[in-house]
Design a protein. Structure first.
Length: 267
């Protein structure tokens, strides 16, 4: 296969600031690229939990150099901001009580590139005894990367994230004897990428202190605060099933989840 090792390059920038007024802020940006032949593990573990369009430890195209591409977990851009803020209390006597004291808020905001995936063709590779297929073939009708994707808001593209006209099933090899003697496709492994993802988590905390050495903390956490769907890449990427090809049917994070907790401390 050649070049069996994986390569990872990244540039990382972090900004951190703690203000005197009880505000803590941290922002981190990572620009990266991972390259490999396979992205999964040869043992049975979580790295083998792949989805359609990601081969993990399996070989998509069984020919030299056919799998050398960006890894299944490659995210070129990832930006994360986290913050916490102890809400100040005015010095007036009216606010000098347990109801107004001890409030704080915090959150984590994440923006990141979608994961890469391959468009596959379950009919390809038949001439070489491959019953699982390989990557799809490019039809030649699309000449720029943007043409392979449909356009519009992601919510309107869930049934067709990719342009079906850009692909075709594998052709038979020259001088083939009959059906099934198909070649491998020429679409590179992990050449496509799912939608950009964002997520907002938020928390509100209230601390109560009583009898000098005893305290309660009540905390409310909101995961996916705005309840926005965060979509994965298409669940159906097999060009041999054109009626369902390119459909997105899954989200990367669940709908908004609200969690409550109560903690008692003493010393």
């Amino acid at each position: 296969m050649g070049h069996p090792q994986g390569i990872y390059h990244s540039g990382q920038v972090t900004l951190l600031k703690r203000f005197q007024q009880g505000l803590y802020f941290q922002a981190g940006y990572t620009w990266s690229k991972s390259i490999d032949n396979v992205s999964g593990s040869m043992s049975t573990d979580e790295l083998n939990a792949t989805r359609a369009g990601q081969a993990g430890a399996n070989i998509l195209n069984n020919f030299p150099g056919g799998n050398r591409a960006i890894g299944d977990f490659d995210r070129p851009h990832r930006f994360v901001v986290s913050f916490s803020y102890d809400v100040p209390v005015p010095k007036a006597d009216f606010f000098n009580n347990q109801f107004f004291k001890g409030w704080s808020i915090g959150g984590i905001v994440t923006y990141q590139s979608g994961l890469p995936f391959s468009v596959v063709d379950s009919t390809s590779g038949g001439a070489f005894g491959n019953t699982g297929g390989g990557t799809a073939s490019l039809s030649g009708q699309c000449t720029s990367p943007s043409q392979f994707y449909t356009t519009g808001p992601i919510g309107s593209r869930l049934n067709a994230y990719l342009n079906l006209n850009c692909f075709t099933t594998a052709p038979n090899v020259p001088n083939s004897a009959g059906a099934g003697a198909t070649a491998y496709g020429n679409a590179p492994r992990n050449w496509f990428r799912g939608p950009t993802q964002q997520n907002w988590d938020f928390s509100v905390t209230k601390n109560f202190t009583f009898m000098e050495h005893h305290s309660f903390q009540f905390r409310t956490e909101f995961f996916n605060l705005w309840n926005h769907p965060v979509f994965r890449f298409p669940s159906v990427v097999n060009i041999a099933t054109p009626t369902t090809f390119g459909r997105i049917t899954e989200t990367a994070v669940p709908a908004r989840l609200i969690q409550f907790s109560l903690k008692y401390s003493f010393r």
